[in-house]
Design a protein around this ligand. Structure first.
Ligand code: ADP
Ligand code: MG
Length: 387
């Protein structure tokens, strides 16, 4: 990023300039990149995200009344509402994340009245790094401290996800909020989306960086196709549950079992089930490979993941395929795949530092100027920085 990194001192100063008094609490929460494990979350499987070194910071102070005043530097906007009366129709969308967290905290009995809040972030907004989870989690950390409420990490993750579902209207899984809260620097998080059991995978990247390339496109059909994949996964689960009542999600089915039914199953359901079951296996294998420092093996698994998302799960698109092709034929790129839901959005690549510039040049030349590159490293999870 061209800007100087955001820190506690500058955030405290900006808050005081904006609101004319000192911030009581400053909290910070990172964005995330999923290295592998795509469309596995709602199949109760495995994901392997890292937190970004970029974070969203919020500074806030309680007010004696019920009035909420929130300013975001990214949007140069200040919005005001009553903490018990946020309205979707009259509020800008970005306030839904903060309002949702505040309303849900109050709904569980937290003593939270009005407050003033300043939001600052170097996570690209709407760029596929989950600036939304970073905003929810930073807000939750700060408002929980203001209200004196006690929540464990899992409860905070659930509350933030609920805010995203009910207030922002995005039916996300649990990955984004979990990694933002739980991350440790220089590790990836192997998260079991069914049990929430997680393990830290050491990620000594050395000369490598994680590079995210935003394609700059978001295809209209994403939401509809997402719902269709969900339904197809349910249908495939039902197929295997009839054979074995212990199956309650594709997570419980092995690739070998799916292959054994190749000739009987509907070809579309077969392809979807193959992706999910293989992707779970690849994610576990990639965690091992990363832990061993075997980036070549991890890169191969990322390439396999992309092919599977493209051919079996059919959620890639021309632009993502083009970016992955460019990345994977650039010397010094160890692995590349689409990341996120698909139909636009981003690719993630593991790139040797000396290959970042050549990759950026090729992307600009062969893909075009609408692509955005963001370089990151595995950062630490959310924290209270003051208060
Ligand atoms: P992503 O989470 O991948 O960045 P989303 O569309 O899920 O993309 O979330 C982006 C939305 O989150 C923005 O449109 C805005 O409403 C909100 N948001 C995220 N960061 C900020 C910020 N720093 N200031 C204001 N709103 C933000
Ligand atoms: Mg988001």
């Amino acid at each position: 990023m061209a800007d100087a990194a955001i820190d506690r001192e500058s955030t405290a100063r900006r808050f005081a300039e904006r609101f004319g008094r000192a911030a009581g609490v400053i909290a910070r929460a990172p964005g995330r990149v999923n290295l592998i494990g795509e469309h596995t979350d709602y199949n109760e499987g495995l994901v392997l995200p890292i937190a970004t070194e970029q974070s969203t910071w919020v500074a806030c102070v309680a007010r004696p009344d019920l009035s909420v005043r929130v300013a975001s530097e990214a949007l140069d906007e200040l919005h005001t509402w009553r903490v018990d009366d946020w309205r979707r129709e009259t509020s800008p969308h970005w306030t839904s994340y903060v309002a949702g967290v505040a309303a849900l905290l109050r709904a569980r009995g937290a003593r939270l009245g009005g407050f003033e809040m300043l939001v600052r972030s170097d996570v690209p907004v709407g760029g596929g790094l989950s600036s939304s989870a970073a905003l929810e989690v930073a807000s939750a950390k700060a408002l929980i401290l203001l209200s004196g409420e006690a929540l464990d990490t899992r409860e905070v993750a659930d509350l933030c996800r609920q805010a995203e579902h009910q207030f922002a209207g995005v039916p996300c899984g649990i990955m984004d909020q979990s990694i933002s809260l739980l991350a440790q620097a220089d590790t990836a998080l192997l998260l079991d989306c069914r049990t929430r059991v997680h393990a830290y995978i050491p990620l000594q990247l050395g000369e490598l960086a994680v590079v995210v390339v935003d394609s700059g496109v978001r295809h209209e059909l994403a939401a509809g196709e997402y719902a269709r994949r969900l339904a197809q996964c349910r249908a495939a689960t039902e197929y295997f549950r009839k054979l074995d009542p212990r199956v309650s999600a594709l997570r419980d089915v092995s690739p070998a079992t799916v292959r054994a039914h190749a000739s009987q199953m509907d070809p579309t359901l077969l392809a979807r089930a193959l992706h999910v079951t293989m992707e779970n296996q690849r994610t576990a294998e990639a965690a091992d490979a990363f832990a061993r420092g075997d980036f070549t093996a991890a890169g191969r698994l990322m390439a396999d993941s992309h092919r599977s998302l493209r051919d079996d799960y059919e959620v890639s698109c021309r632009e993502l395929d083009a970016l992955v092709r460019i990345a994977s034929t650039t010397p010094g790129v160890i692995g590349a795949r689409m990341t996120g839901g698909g139909f636009g959005g981003c690719i993630v690549a593991l790139v040797r530092r000396d290959a970042i510039e050549p990759l950026a040049e090729r992307v600009a030349r062969e893909y075009g100027e609408r692509a955005r590159l963001v370089r990151t490293r595995p950062g630490r999870g959310a924290s209270i920085e003051h208060g």
